[in-house]
Design a protein around this ligand. Structure first.
Ligand SMILES: Cc1cc2nc3c(=O)[nH]c(=O)nc-3n(C[C@H](O)[C@H](O)[C@H](O)COP(=O)(O)OP(=O)(O)OC[C@H]3O[C@@H](n4cnc5c(N)ncnc54)[C@H](O)[C@@H]3O)c2cc1C
Length: 432
């Protein structure tokens, strides 16, 4: 069967592949951009769909948008978005470097709509990838199967589909209606009656867990909200300007060339700068509320710290969490109606990356400095990974901080590895 063919197929229209689309339009020949397609499973572009709460802010400067650090004159900058949508004066007057999450989400949608050559296709979920083989059994391309049963062929793939939610084993057997992971929070929390006296357990000690706790407490005035964590208590994000320099794109070089054990140590040291903390503002807001509730004898917020959730089960109409105290070793249980999981994302590679690895017969890919999977002999097709290279490229890999620069690095690599006959054809076409 003949399938549609494109030059580059990018899976996922999140910030990573949108930054790539911008870099392709600005750096690659027009014939390359015209044959680049991005697939997005949803019908629109929304940043952090599950946690797009109106009061939440981005944690990085608006200058670390999809393009400014690579090309400050670009029409795709966040500042141009504000200008184009008539909101520049308001934003300046807020005097904050940190836009609301909603503003970043609107910016991403505006970027997607402003692309003139790269095409974003909505409502197209990539289900699986097959290898395209030549007569002499060389893998020369990829065939990407979509949820509507159609398929698209491409020589180069870019997988930027985010990471898979982490649901700890203990919660695996609970019925779906009793467990909400943060990636589904916005879509599902509205299904609970806001006036009912729900008993809510929020599991986790980082930003997403704290945001769910606060949002639930605010939207359900009769609910009791307990936050359950392994840590001995909530911690601030580490926000020192000194450690933040490790998020500069230039640090990727030092990290990439370091020995594996040193990379691991640095990642461990940097955990509190990204994963294992809460913004000082939110942490203080929650603490103040708990203080007031104690003072007035109306306690609805509770911290259950230094515990492991050993198992979770249904008993009657209750969800029962079996807790083991990490200090005294005692067992306890907590009864609730619904569990909210702020347990982050899987550390293992996402399913699509594992799919490509299985096709070419490798256990685990080595990824080049330019984010290209190093393929074994007998594979001429390329595949790039965005957002899943923390172990080799550093903690900023899943963040917005380095996207503008990374997109430029990928495009340079793509153009350098483009078969010569295609570049010649493009030059001939350009020459008329
Ligand atoms: C709550 C939260 C807040 C965050 N805040 C910040 C912040 O302030 N600053 C920061 O730098 N980082 C932040 N991050 C990190 C975040 O990972 C990055 O900001 C950014 O979203 C990563 O972009 P991405 O394109 O790699 O992945 P994603 O944003 O996850 O986008 C992936 C896209 O791929 C689509 N997709 C997935 N699978 C398929 C498929 N099979 N077929 C088709 N499409 C598919 C998804 O629908 C989605 O649109 C935050 C993360 C979370 C969870």
């Amino acid at each position: 069967m003949d399938h549609e063919q494109v030059e580059l197929l990018a899976i996922g229209a999140g910030p990573a592949n949108l930054a790539l689309a911008v870099a392709i339009e600005e750096m690659a020949p027009a014939d390359f951009a015209d044959k680049t397609v991005i697939l997005e499973q949803h019908d629109n572009i929304v940043w952090q769909r599950g946690m797009l709460l109106p009061w939440t802010q981005s944690q990085v400067s608006f200058l670390k948008d999809l393009v400014t650090m690579r090309n400050p004159c670009s029409r795709f900058s966040f500042v141009n978005f504000l200008h184009s949508t008539g909101t520049l004066h308001d934003f300046i007057n807020m005097a904050s470097f940190l836009p609301f999450r909603l503003e970043i989400s609107n910016y991403l949608e505006w970027v997607a709509q402003s692309l003139s050559r790269v095409e974003v296709r909505y409502g197209r979920r990539c289900e699986r990838i097959e290898a395209i083989r030549s007569d002499d059994d060389v893998i020369t391309g990829w065939l990407v199967w979509l949820s509507d049963g159609s398929a698209i062929a491409a020589r180069t793939l870019v997988i930027g589909a985010g990471r898979d939610p982490h649901i700890p084993e203990a919660f695996g057997d609970l019925p779906r209606e009793r467990v909400i992971h943060s990636t589904e929070y916005s879509a599902r929390i509205g299904q609970l009656d806001p006036a009912a006296p729900h008993r809510i357990a929020v599991v986790g000690a980082a930003q997403s867990a704290a945001e769910m706790l606060w949002e639930t407490h605010q939207r359900m005035p009769a609910a009791e909200c307990s936050m359950i964590m392994r840590a001995i208590g909530l911690e601030y994000y580490q926000t020192s300007k000194f450690t933040n320099e490790r998020y500069f794109p230039s640090f990727t070089d030092s990290f990439y060339s370091a020995r594996p054990e040193n990379r691991q140590r640095v990642l461990q040291e940097m955990r509190r700068t990204n994963y294992a903390g809460v913004t000082p503002e939110l942490l203080n807001t929650i603490y103040r509320q708990m203080y007031l509730e104690r003072l007035t004898g109306t306690q609805r917020l509770r911290m259950v710290s230094a515990v492991d959730v050993a198992s979770a089960r249904i008993e009657g109409d209750d969800v029962v969490l079996d807790l083991v105290d990490r200090i005294g070793g005692l067992n306890d249980e907590l009864r609730c109606d619904v569990v909210l999981l702020g347990t982050g994302f899987e550390r293992s590679l996402p399913a699509l990356v594992r799919n490509v690895a299985a096709l070419v017969g490798v256990e685990r890919f080595v990824v080049s400095r330019a984010y290209r999977a190093v393929m074994p002999p007998g594979v001429t097709a390329n595949c790039y990974f965005q957002g899943t290279n923390e172990e080799s490229h550093g903690i900023a890999d899943s963040l917005i901080s380095i996207l503008a620069i990374r997109a430029g690095e990928i495009v340079n690599d793509l153009l350098a590895s483009r078969p010569a006959e295609q570049s010649l054809a493009a030059a001939a076409a350009a020459a008329g």
